[in-house]
Design a protein around this ligand. Structure first.
Ligand code: UFG
Length: 327
Protein backbone atom coordinates (compact mmCIF):
# COMPACT_ATOMS: atom_id res chain seq x y z
CA UNK A 1 0.00 0.00 0.00
CA UNK A 2 1.05 3.60 -0.52
CA UNK A 3 0.91 5.08 2.97
CA UNK A 4 1.15 8.77 3.85
CA UNK A 5 3.02 9.11 7.15
CA UNK A 6 2.58 12.54 8.70
CA UNK A 7 5.44 13.35 11.07
CA UNK A 8 7.37 10.62 9.27
CA UNK A 9 10.71 12.28 10.03
CA UNK A 10 10.03 12.29 13.79
CA UNK A 11 10.98 9.70 16.41
CA UNK A 12 8.15 7.15 16.19
CA UNK A 13 7.20 8.16 12.64
CA UNK A 14 10.67 7.42 11.25
CA UNK A 15 10.83 4.00 12.91
CA UNK A 16 7.43 3.24 11.38
CA UNK A 17 8.53 4.41 7.92
CA UNK A 18 11.44 1.98 8.16
CA UNK A 19 9.13 -0.87 9.25
CA UNK A 20 6.61 -0.14 6.49
CA UNK A 21 9.35 -0.39 3.86
CA UNK A 22 10.65 -3.58 5.42
CA UNK A 23 7.28 -5.32 5.03
CA UNK A 24 6.78 -4.08 1.46
CA UNK A 25 4.57 -1.00 1.81
CA UNK A 26 5.51 2.33 0.25
CA UNK A 27 5.55 5.13 2.80
CA UNK A 28 5.58 8.78 1.79
CA UNK A 29 6.53 11.04 4.68
CA UNK A 30 4.81 14.38 5.12
CA UNK A 31 6.79 16.53 7.51
CA UNK A 32 7.56 20.23 7.79
CA UNK A 33 10.89 19.34 9.51
CA UNK A 34 10.22 21.73 12.38
CA UNK A 35 10.86 18.81 14.72
CA UNK A 36 11.74 15.99 12.35
CA UNK A 37 15.03 15.15 10.63
CA UNK A 38 15.30 14.38 6.93
CA UNK A 39 18.16 11.97 7.66
CA UNK A 40 15.76 9.86 9.74
CA UNK A 41 13.89 8.93 6.55
CA UNK A 42 16.82 6.85 5.27
CA UNK A 43 15.97 7.88 1.71
CA UNK A 44 12.19 7.39 1.85
CA UNK A 45 10.27 10.07 -0.10
CA UNK A 46 9.47 13.28 1.75
CA UNK A 47 6.85 15.95 1.07
CA UNK A 48 7.93 18.97 3.04
CA UNK A 49 4.66 20.47 4.24
CA UNK A 50 2.60 20.95 7.36
CA UNK A 51 -0.34 18.67 8.01
CA UNK A 52 -2.60 21.75 8.15
CA UNK A 53 -1.77 22.50 4.50
CA UNK A 54 -4.90 20.81 3.26
CA UNK A 55 -4.42 21.57 -0.45
CA UNK A 56 -0.95 20.02 -0.51
CA UNK A 57 -2.05 17.00 1.51
CA UNK A 58 -5.05 16.36 -0.74
CA UNK A 59 -2.88 16.70 -3.85
CA UNK A 60 -0.38 14.15 -2.48
CA UNK A 61 -3.16 11.74 -1.51
CA UNK A 62 -4.58 11.88 -5.04
CA UNK A 63 -1.38 11.98 -7.08
CA UNK A 64 0.37 9.23 -5.13
CA UNK A 65 -2.75 7.00 -5.00
CA UNK A 66 -2.46 6.86 -1.22
CA UNK A 67 -4.59 4.16 0.41
CA UNK A 68 -3.80 4.76 4.09
CA UNK A 69 -2.68 7.54 6.39
CA UNK A 70 -0.68 7.24 9.59
CA UNK A 71 -0.88 10.42 11.58
CA UNK A 72 2.09 11.11 13.88
CA UNK A 73 2.52 14.86 13.34
CA UNK A 74 1.72 16.44 16.69
CA UNK A 75 3.24 18.21 19.67
CA UNK A 76 3.86 15.84 22.56
CA UNK A 77 5.08 17.59 25.71
CA UNK A 78 2.68 17.64 28.62
CA UNK A 79 4.31 20.60 30.40
CA UNK A 80 4.51 22.67 27.22
CA UNK A 81 0.83 21.95 26.52
CA UNK A 82 -0.10 23.46 29.88
CA UNK A 83 1.83 26.63 29.01
CA UNK A 84 0.77 26.84 25.34
CA UNK A 85 -2.64 25.18 24.95
CA UNK A 86 -3.53 27.09 21.78
CA UNK A 87 -0.46 25.79 19.97
CA UNK A 88 -1.44 22.25 21.00
CA UNK A 89 -5.05 22.60 19.84
CA UNK A 90 -3.88 24.20 16.61
CA UNK A 91 -1.34 21.51 15.79
CA UNK A 92 -2.94 18.40 17.26
CA UNK A 93 -6.67 19.06 16.78
CA UNK A 94 -6.79 21.40 13.79
CA UNK A 95 -4.04 19.34 12.12
CA UNK A 96 -6.14 16.18 12.51
CA UNK A 97 -9.24 18.00 11.24
CA UNK A 98 -7.49 19.27 8.08
CA UNK A 99 -6.02 15.83 7.45
CA UNK A 100 -9.42 14.17 7.89
CA UNK A 101 -10.93 16.67 5.43
CA UNK A 102 -8.27 15.80 2.88
CA UNK A 103 -8.81 12.05 3.41
CA UNK A 104 -12.56 12.36 2.95
CA UNK A 105 -12.11 14.52 -0.17
CA UNK A 106 -9.60 12.10 -1.71
CA UNK A 107 -11.47 8.97 -0.64
CA UNK A 108 -8.74 7.61 1.68
CA UNK A 109 -10.35 5.35 4.26
CA UNK A 110 -7.63 3.70 6.30
CA UNK A 111 -6.34 5.92 9.10
CA UNK A 112 -4.07 5.13 12.07
CA UNK A 113 -3.86 7.81 14.75
CA UNK A 114 -0.96 8.24 17.17
CA UNK A 115 -2.78 8.56 20.45
CA UNK A 116 -1.54 8.36 24.01
CA UNK A 117 -2.00 6.97 27.51
CA UNK A 118 -2.45 10.65 28.37
CA UNK A 119 -6.13 10.29 27.31
CA UNK A 120 -6.77 8.34 30.53
CA UNK A 121 -5.50 10.97 32.98
CA UNK A 122 -4.93 9.49 36.43
CA UNK A 123 -6.99 6.29 36.65
CA UNK A 124 -7.14 4.57 40.02
CA UNK A 125 -7.05 1.06 38.55
CA UNK A 126 -3.93 -0.55 37.05
CA UNK A 127 -3.17 -1.99 34.58
CA UNK A 128 -5.14 0.35 32.36
CA UNK A 129 -7.34 -1.28 29.73
CA UNK A 130 -9.33 0.43 26.97
CA UNK A 131 -12.55 0.37 29.02
CA UNK A 132 -10.97 2.74 31.54
CA UNK A 133 -12.79 6.10 31.32
CA UNK A 134 -10.92 8.79 29.38
CA UNK A 135 -10.40 11.72 31.73
CA UNK A 136 -7.32 13.53 30.50
CA UNK A 137 -5.74 15.90 33.01
CA UNK A 138 -3.73 18.17 30.71
CA UNK A 139 -4.18 19.93 27.35
CA UNK A 140 -1.94 17.41 25.56
CA UNK A 141 -4.12 14.49 26.65
CA UNK A 142 -7.28 16.43 25.79
CA UNK A 143 -6.05 17.22 22.26
CA UNK A 144 -5.41 13.50 21.68
CA UNK A 145 -8.83 12.60 23.02
CA UNK A 146 -10.54 15.27 20.89
CA UNK A 147 -8.65 13.98 17.83
CA UNK A 148 -10.00 10.46 18.51
CA UNK A 149 -13.56 11.72 18.95
CA UNK A 150 -13.36 13.93 15.87
CA UNK A 151 -12.24 10.96 13.76
CA UNK A 152 -14.95 8.73 15.24
CA UNK A 153 -17.59 11.32 14.28
CA UNK A 154 -16.17 11.56 10.76
CA UNK A 155 -16.13 7.76 10.55
CA UNK A 156 -19.83 7.61 11.43
CA UNK A 157 -20.66 9.99 8.60
CA UNK A 158 -18.22 8.77 5.93
CA UNK A 159 -16.34 5.61 5.10
CA UNK A 160 -13.25 6.63 7.13
CA UNK A 161 -11.89 3.74 9.24
CA UNK A 162 -9.71 5.18 12.01
CA UNK A 163 -7.74 3.10 14.52
CA UNK A 164 -6.42 4.74 17.71
CA UNK A 165 -3.10 3.53 19.10
CA UNK A 166 -2.59 4.69 22.68
CA UNK A 167 1.10 4.50 23.47
CA UNK A 168 2.45 4.32 26.97
CA UNK A 169 6.10 5.44 27.31
CA UNK A 170 7.76 5.14 23.90
CA UNK A 171 11.47 4.49 24.32
CA UNK A 172 14.52 2.77 22.85
CA UNK A 173 16.01 3.02 19.38
CA UNK A 174 16.25 1.07 16.14
CA UNK A 175 18.15 -2.16 16.95
CA UNK A 176 20.11 -1.71 13.67
CA UNK A 177 21.43 1.60 15.02
CA UNK A 178 20.17 3.65 12.07
CA UNK A 179 17.48 5.62 13.94
CA UNK A 180 17.01 7.07 17.39
CA UNK A 181 15.53 9.81 19.50
CA UNK A 182 16.55 13.40 18.73
CA UNK A 183 14.13 15.92 20.17
CA UNK A 184 14.32 19.70 20.09
CA UNK A 185 14.08 19.81 23.88
CA UNK A 186 14.66 16.50 25.62
CA UNK A 187 12.47 15.89 28.67
CA UNK A 188 11.91 12.13 28.54
CA UNK A 189 13.38 9.97 31.26
CA UNK A 190 15.58 7.47 29.41
CA UNK A 191 17.23 10.05 27.09
CA UNK A 192 17.77 12.39 30.06
CA UNK A 193 19.46 9.58 32.02
CA UNK A 194 21.67 8.64 29.07
CA UNK A 195 22.61 12.26 28.39
CA UNK A 196 23.72 12.42 32.04
CA UNK A 197 25.78 9.25 31.44
CA UNK A 198 27.41 10.95 28.44
CA UNK A 199 28.24 13.98 30.58
CA UNK A 200 25.93 16.16 28.46
CA UNK A 201 23.92 16.95 31.61
CA UNK A 202 25.32 17.37 35.09
CA UNK A 203 22.87 14.88 36.67
CA UNK A 204 19.58 13.08 36.24
CA UNK A 205 16.78 14.80 38.15
CA UNK A 206 14.28 12.42 39.75
CA UNK A 207 11.01 14.32 39.92
CA UNK A 208 9.33 13.18 43.12
CA UNK A 209 10.44 10.58 45.65
CA UNK A 210 7.28 10.64 47.78
CA UNK A 211 4.76 8.92 45.51
CA UNK A 212 2.80 5.95 46.86
CA UNK A 213 4.98 3.48 44.92
CA UNK A 214 7.55 0.86 45.96
CA UNK A 215 10.45 3.33 46.07
CA UNK A 216 8.59 6.65 46.05
CA UNK A 217 9.31 7.50 42.39
CA UNK A 218 6.79 7.33 39.52
CA UNK A 219 6.20 4.06 37.69
CA UNK A 220 5.90 3.83 33.91
CA UNK A 221 5.45 1.17 31.22
CA UNK A 222 8.22 1.54 28.61
CA UNK A 223 7.45 0.25 25.15
CA UNK A 224 10.11 -0.13 22.47
CA UNK A 225 9.70 2.20 19.50
CA UNK A 226 10.19 -0.69 17.04
CA UNK A 227 7.35 -2.58 18.73
CA UNK A 228 5.20 0.54 18.28
CA UNK A 229 6.16 0.57 14.60
CA UNK A 230 5.07 -3.09 14.31
CA UNK A 231 1.74 -2.23 15.92
CA UNK A 232 1.12 0.41 13.23
CA UNK A 233 1.61 -2.12 10.48
CA UNK A 234 -0.82 -4.49 12.23
CA UNK A 235 -3.33 -1.66 12.77
CA UNK A 236 -3.25 -1.00 9.05
CA UNK A 237 -4.18 -4.63 8.40
CA UNK A 238 -6.93 -4.38 11.02
CA UNK A 239 -8.45 -1.35 9.25
CA UNK A 240 -8.01 -2.98 5.84
CA UNK A 241 -9.99 -5.97 7.13
CA UNK A 242 -12.85 -3.61 8.07
CA UNK A 243 -11.85 -2.58 11.62
CA UNK A 244 -12.83 0.94 12.59
CA UNK A 245 -12.94 3.27 15.61
CA UNK A 246 -11.13 0.81 17.85
CA UNK A 247 -8.60 1.94 20.48
CA UNK A 248 -5.58 -0.19 21.45
CA UNK A 249 -3.24 0.33 24.39
CA UNK A 250 0.41 -0.31 23.60
CA UNK A 251 2.65 -1.16 26.53
CA UNK A 252 4.38 -4.17 28.03
CA UNK A 253 2.19 -4.50 31.10
CA UNK A 254 5.16 -4.07 33.44
CA UNK A 255 5.91 -0.95 35.41
CA UNK A 256 9.40 0.29 36.24
CA UNK A 257 10.09 3.13 38.63
CA UNK A 258 12.14 6.19 37.72
CA UNK A 259 14.82 5.00 40.15
CA UNK A 260 14.90 1.54 38.57
CA UNK A 261 15.34 3.14 35.15
CA UNK A 262 18.17 5.31 36.50
CA UNK A 263 19.87 2.15 37.85
CA UNK A 264 19.44 0.37 34.50
CA UNK A 265 20.94 3.37 32.68
CA UNK A 266 23.93 3.38 35.05
CA UNK A 267 24.45 -0.34 34.65
CA UNK A 268 24.16 -0.37 30.87
CA UNK A 269 26.25 2.75 30.26
CA UNK A 270 28.80 1.77 32.90
CA UNK A 271 28.72 5.39 34.15
CA UNK A 272 27.78 6.15 37.74
CA UNK A 273 26.20 9.51 36.88
CA UNK A 274 24.75 11.65 39.69
CA UNK A 275 21.05 11.55 40.49
CA UNK A 276 19.38 14.56 42.11
CA UNK A 277 16.12 14.04 44.00
CA UNK A 278 13.78 16.91 43.23
CA UNK A 279 10.15 17.88 43.78
CA UNK A 280 7.27 16.40 41.82
CA UNK A 281 6.73 17.53 38.22
CA UNK A 282 3.20 18.94 37.89
CA UNK A 283 0.80 16.69 36.00
CA UNK A 284 2.71 13.39 36.50
CA UNK A 285 0.39 10.50 37.44
CA UNK A 286 2.10 8.19 40.01
CA UNK A 287 1.64 4.96 38.00
CA UNK A 288 0.80 4.24 34.34
CA UNK A 289 0.89 0.59 33.30
CA UNK A 290 -0.91 -0.77 30.25
CA UNK A 291 -3.02 -3.79 29.70
CA UNK A 292 -2.39 -4.53 26.02
CA UNK A 293 -4.47 -7.69 25.93
CA UNK A 294 -6.71 -6.23 23.25
CA UNK A 295 -3.79 -5.42 20.92
CA UNK A 296 -2.42 -8.92 21.44
CA UNK A 297 -5.78 -10.60 20.86
CA UNK A 298 -7.18 -8.47 18.03
CA UNK A 299 -4.07 -7.20 16.23
CA UNK A 300 -1.84 -10.18 16.98
CA UNK A 301 0.73 -7.76 18.44
CA UNK A 302 3.74 -9.47 20.06
CA UNK A 303 6.31 -6.99 21.38
CA UNK A 304 9.76 -8.26 20.39
CA UNK A 305 11.83 -5.86 22.50
CA UNK A 306 9.77 -5.77 25.70
CA UNK A 307 12.65 -6.09 28.08
CA UNK A 308 13.71 -2.85 29.86
CA UNK A 309 17.39 -3.78 29.45
CA UNK A 310 16.95 -3.94 25.70
CA UNK A 311 15.01 -0.68 25.59
CA UNK A 312 17.75 1.13 27.50
CA UNK A 313 20.58 -0.65 25.65
CA UNK A 314 19.32 0.27 22.17
CA UNK A 315 18.79 3.88 23.32
CA UNK A 316 22.31 3.92 24.81
CA UNK A 317 23.85 2.60 21.60
CA UNK A 318 22.11 5.36 19.66
CA UNK A 319 23.12 8.17 22.02
CA UNK A 320 26.70 6.93 22.28
CA UNK A 321 27.07 6.78 18.49
CA UNK A 322 25.16 10.05 17.88
CA UNK A 323 25.84 12.40 20.81
CA UNK A 324 24.62 15.30 18.65
CA UNK A 325 21.61 13.45 17.23
CA UNK A 326 21.18 13.50 13.46
CA UNK A 327 23.38 16.60 13.04
N1 UFG B 1 11.31 12.01 34.91
C1 UFG B 1 12.29 12.29 35.84
N2 UFG B 1 13.39 12.98 35.40
C2 UFG B 1 13.54 13.39 34.12
C3 UFG B 1 12.54 13.09 33.18
C4 UFG B 1 11.42 12.39 33.62
O1 UFG B 1 12.19 11.96 37.03
O2 UFG B 1 14.57 14.02 33.81
C5 UFG B 1 10.14 11.24 35.36
C6 UFG B 1 8.84 11.98 35.15
O3 UFG B 1 8.60 12.85 36.23
C7 UFG B 1 7.85 10.82 35.04
C8 UFG B 1 8.69 9.71 34.39
O4 UFG B 1 10.05 10.07 34.59
O5 UFG B 1 7.49 10.41 36.33
C9 UFG B 1 8.43 9.57 32.91
O6 UFG B 1 8.54 10.86 32.33
P1 UFG B 1 8.66 11.10 30.76
O7 UFG B 1 8.75 12.58 30.56
O8 UFG B 1 9.74 10.25 30.21
O9 UFG B 1 7.30 10.52 30.20
P2 UFG B 1 5.80 10.86 30.63
O10 UFG B 1 5.32 9.65 31.38
O11 UFG B 1 5.66 12.17 31.28
O12 UFG B 1 5.13 11.06 29.22
C10 UFG B 1 4.91 10.02 28.33
C11 UFG B 1 4.89 10.58 26.93
C12 UFG B 1 3.79 11.57 26.77
C13 UFG B 1 2.49 10.93 27.17
C14 UFG B 1 2.59 10.30 28.52
C15 UFG B 1 1.37 9.52 28.83
O13 UFG B 1 6.11 11.18 26.64
O14 UFG B 1 3.73 12.00 25.43
O15 UFG B 1 3.68 9.43 28.61
O16 UFG B 1 1.06 9.69 30.14
F1 UFG B 1 1.52 11.85 27.22
Amino acid sequence: MNVLVTGGAGYIGSHTVKELRKVGHQPIALDDLREGHEAALLGAPLVRAAVQDRATVEKVLREECVEAVMHFAAYCYVGESVRSPLAYYENNVLGTLRLAEACVAAGVRLFVLSSSAAVYGEPDRQPIDEETPCRPVNPYGRTKRVAEELLADVAAATGLRPVFLRYFNAAGADPDGELGEDHRVETHLIPCALLAALGRRPALSVFGADYPTQDGSCVRDFVHVTDLADAHVLALEFARAGGSCRAFNLGNGRGFSVKEVADAARRISGVDFPVALEGRRPGDPPVLVASSQRARAELGWRPRHGDLEEVVRTAWEWFRAHPNGYC
